[in-house]
Design a protein around this ligand. Structure first.
Ligand code: NOJ
Ligand code: CA
Length: 729
């Protein structure tokens, strides 16, 4: 009888008693106690969150919600049905990376919500690490709601990121189609993104809202730095951040072919919305929040790929020395096969490629990209013919693919394949298995792909269609032990943790833009420092540094030039992370003499070979045990050191933007008890990014832990230093 009474009592409680949570229940604190995320339910049933650091506001009260086709807008009238508080950690090794090992603890809070009017249920899962917050929406199968199937059609996501005051923002436009835009440093209130909308570019710039792309980094008025992005973007559109009067609100990339921006099958979770939080801007370069929020390595042993520097039969096409296509330049060659003066020849011919392989072998460069090797380049920009331009397996008649591959192997140089899809993902999906199988047969393990052009079906590169395609390519390539470096890609969101064959990507204005026009149109001095705090935070970036002939002498008019000093080119190798780094210039340009001075009287340029090439790029590492963020400001400059994987050797680099900068670097990251030889390549006193670009000072010295370096970087200048193998004192 007593039991029965208790049962009845419990049943009554269960049926009428909703769980109620007080405000103090709905929050959690990061393992180090500095960050706090707190949720609230308002009287009207709105769910909001705030993020603070040591009590200071990072994200002000911000609402969450969705608009779902058939169910309407769900931003008010929520009930909190359940609450879960847990702790966990992410401990993992990266096969290659800017850091070898990550050990990150987090506190998690998950709120199960029910939207009362339409019975939509989902939860908000928030993970708070010491270096930031990630949260995502988790949709279970819907039982009670009016949905007739397991398909959820999301018209918009309404996630707010409200801010106090008018913070400084390093941003690029929230372009649905291209990530190759200029970057700016302005106040939040000054953001004007729609001016970048431009249907006249080869890949249309589509900026329908006053919205910015992610990553974007901010300096808040209280001095705290934050960076917005997303992690694990799978089968969902990319998110841009629409500017509101109080901060930002998510604007998903849409589709011209349907109203719903996302169509997902339940159960489903969105990508994580990430807010990295750091005291200093430069600390973002070592922030692992985004990687922590991706699934572990699914590919297992990936030792078939090796991080490396690579050269390319590439820049010569941008300079006009060579061409991608074969047919249109056969008239450039005389009856003996010599290229006639002033003419460009098909660059990917066997003899030329072999000469590049020799250059690579002489300079410890283990990869060589060959573009224009396959048929189709005569028609690849034709709006109709491009649909069937490439098959990715048929070489031009003057290119003996197997001979070149074998010659490369004999010299420890692996050919990097090139698959330009001419912006036609569907054709690529039909052909990629065959293309990757050929690579596997040849023993080639990396490919650079490209998507120049609008997708023929009108879908945007950054919409759900594009997101699916790029992921599918990584997954398919992995089956053939192929690593992919897509150009014109979807922004990286940390997929490289799960699929390490996502080695690098473009998705920003790279070096190529410096060949697209005169100095007023090319990448300006602040571009590369801005990359560090925006696109660079999304993951490896195939910037293609290392142009030494910065005046483009011999190839271009007087006004065509790269706005950089030589020392900045060297610094970029360290500051911009990628496990494949290009040595982008023509072989002959590395052999030119530069003005080099050496206060310590080191032996320079003995073989009339570029000293920076010989002693810096040749030794350049692309895989690291650790990254040390040293100094920097949003959009202005960045100074970083990295420890070479498995070695007691370091690189240090700096890049400057619009102003001269002094880098004051305390070498406290070096190992105690060693003396290291430092070769430092920095802007000479009279270096100038327009008039005296290659003036570089080369200084050798011995350094040890705790020493302080003061390095002067000129406007658009920088420095690179190799800190040689430590010798026990
Ligand atoms: C654009 C890429 O960014 C560039 O690197 C490549 O050479 C061309 N497309 C051709 O594929
Ligand atoms: Ca590009």
């Amino acid at each position: 009888m007593r039991h029965l009474l208790i049962l009845i009592l419990l049943a009554t409680l269960g049926s009428c008693g909703k769980k109620s949570f007080s405000e103090s229940d709905l929050q959690t604190t990061s393992p180090d106690g500095q960050l706090n995320v707190a949720f609230k339910r308002s009287e009207s049933g709105q769910i909001t969150y705030t993020l603070t650091k040591n009590g200071q506001t990072v994200i002000a009260n911000s609402a969450l919600g969705f608009t779902v086709e058939g169910l309407g807008k769900a931003t008010q009238d929520f009930e909190i049905e359940d609450l879960d508080l847990t702790k966990g950690s992410e401990v993992y090794d990266l096969p290659w990376g800017e850091v070898a090992h990550v050990d990150a603890a987090y506190s998690e809070i998950e709120l199960s919500l029910k939207h009362v009017p339409n019975k939509l249920t989902f939860s908000v899962q928030a993970r708070l690490f010491d270096d930031g917050l990630g949260f995502r929406y988790v949709f279970p199968k819907q039982n009670g709601s009016g949905l007739s199937s397991d398909t959820l059609r999301i018209l918009e996501e309404q996630t707010q990121f409200n801010l106090e005051g008018d913070p400084l923002v390093n941003w690029g436009p929230g372009d649905w189609n291209s990530y190759e835009n200029l970057l700016e440093l302005t106040r939040l209130s000054e953001i004007d993104a729609t001016k970048y909308d431009n249907p006249n570019e080869l890949i249309h710039r589509v900026v329908p809202n006053n919205a910015i792309m992610t990553p974007a980094s901010l300096k808040l008025e209280n001095g705290v730095h934050i960076s917005f992005h997303e992690a694990s973007l799978i089968d969902y559109p990319g998110m841009t951040l629409g500017v509101t009067s109080t901060g930002f609100e998510s604007v998903l990339v849409g589709s011209p072919n349907r109203d719903a921006k996302a169509v997902v099958t339940l159960p489903f979770n969105t990508p994580w919305r990430t807010i990295a939080v750091e005291d200093r801007a430069i600390d973002f370069v070592a922030n692992t929040l985004m990687l922590n929020l991706n699934a572990p390595n699914k590919l297992g042993d990936v030792s078939w790929f090796k991080p490396k520097t690579y050269a390319g039969v590439w820049w010569e096409m941008f300079l006009g020395k060579g061409t991608w296509d074969y047919a249109s330049n056969q008239s450039a060659v005389d009856s003996e096969g010599n290229v006639m003066k002033g003419q460009a020849r098909h660059a990917a011919n066997t003899a030329n490629v072999k000469a590049y392989i020799d250059f690579c072998a002489d300079n410890n460069i283990e990869g060589l990209l060959v573009e224009g090797w396959n048929t189709g380049w005569e028609i690849w920009l034709d709006s109709l013919k491009r649909l069937e331009a490439f098959d990715f397996v048929t070489p031009y008649p003057d290119y003996n693919l197997r001979e070149v591959v074998d010659y490369g192997k004999s010299k420890n140089v692996e050919i990097v394949m090139h698959h330009e899809t001419s912006g036609v993902p569907e054709r690529y999906e039909q052909q990629m298995d065959t293309a990757f199988a050929l690579m596997q047969e040849l023993g080639l393990h990396s490919v650079k792909s490209g998507y120049v052009g609008n997708f023929p079906n009108g879908e945007f590169h950054h919409g759900q269609y594009g997101v699916r395609h790029y992921r599918k390519v990584f997954e398919t390539a992995a089956k053939y032990q192929v690593a992919v470096n897509p150009h014109e890609p979807i922004k990286p969101t940390g997929e490289r943790r799960t699929l390490p064959n996502a080695i690098s990507a473009e998705g920003a204005r790279g070096m190529e833009y410096n060949a697209f026009g005169n100095y007023k149109q090319v990448n300006q001095p602040s571009h590369l420092p801005s990359i560090v705090y925006t696109r660079g935070l999304a993951g490896p970036f195939d910037y293609t540094p290392g142009i030494f002939n910065l005046e483009l002498d011999g190839w271009r008019g007087a006004d065509d030039e790269v706005l950089s000093t030589l020392a900045k080119q060297l610094g970029a190798y360290v500051v911009i992370y990628a496990p494949i780094q290009m040595v982008a210039d023509l072989p002959e340009h590395y052999r030119q003499e530069v003005k080099a001075s050496s206060p310590t009287g080191v032996n320079l340029d003995k073989e009339n070979y570029h000293v920076a090439m010989k002693r810096y790029i040749r030794e350049m590492a692309t895989d690291w045990d650790a990254t040390y963020p040293l100094a920097g400001e949003l959009g202005e400059y960045a100074v970083v050191a990295r420890k070479v994987k498995g070695e007691n050797r370091y690189f240090i680099g700096g890049i400057a933007g619009d102003k001269d900068q002094e880098a004051v670097v305390v070498l406290d990251f070096l190992e105690e008890g060693f003396s290291y030889e430092l070769s430092l390549f920095s802007d000479a006193e009279d270096a100038h990014f327009r008039t005296n670009k290659t003036a570089i000072t080369v200084k050798n010295s011995f350094v040890k832990k705790g020493d302080t370096l003061r390095v002067q970087m000129k406007q658009a200048g920088g420095f690179g230093g190799v800190i040689g193998m430590g010798v026990a004192e």
